[in-house]
Write a protein that binds this ligand. Sequence first.
Ligand code: SF4
Length: 221
Amino acid sequence: MELSPFLSVDTPITFRDHPGVMSALLYTNFHLCNLNCYQCHNRHHFKGKPEYQSYTKLSKKLVMFKALGVELVIVSGGEPTLEERLEEGLRFIKEQGFPIRLDTNGTCPERLEKLIDIGLIDGIALDVKIPLLDEYTPDQLKRFKRVLFSGEDLDDSAVYNYSKLVKSTIDLIRRYQLPYTIFRTVNYPLLTEEDKRAIQEELKSLPHQFNPFYPVEEDDG
Ligand code: SF4
């Protein structure tokens, strides 16, 4: 049985993830990500080898989504743009008649542009995790390395590179104006009020929201 690039885990159906739109979530490998954000729940909750669902099972799920009135399929991860077989998975969903929103950390603008160009996505949820500045203070670098990589022992260029790539992704999103698009920032305790204002300023004409920060429980590892 051929396997899809989506994990064999529960598929939440919700109105909250894309406000007011009944959406079902599929996930690429939770551990396939080029960031290691502060208290990433997916990394903590899901250990071990990923198990993928077959296309047969996925097809049945999509039929069920239709019957339930699901309007949008959201593909999240991990970082879905790092999944090699993403195109074939997205194409399969599109063939069942669903629009797709892709959730991304914004660090792969080239792959994202290709997906838009070939008509496989109808929206993007972009997580903007820190202010996207040209210059950072030593204190900001220290905090932002912890937000993005859960540690301080990295070259400063890692933060600058993140900022550059996410800015390119925002430019891309502005150019294409896909209908199911939102921008989000987790309210990390490592962000100051000034940081949050800078993020809001950068995204002021765009649909942006702050999401609550939920610490990982001790027992979750
Ligand atoms: S980008 Fe998302 S999946 Fe990747 S480490 Fe950060 S929170 Fe986790």
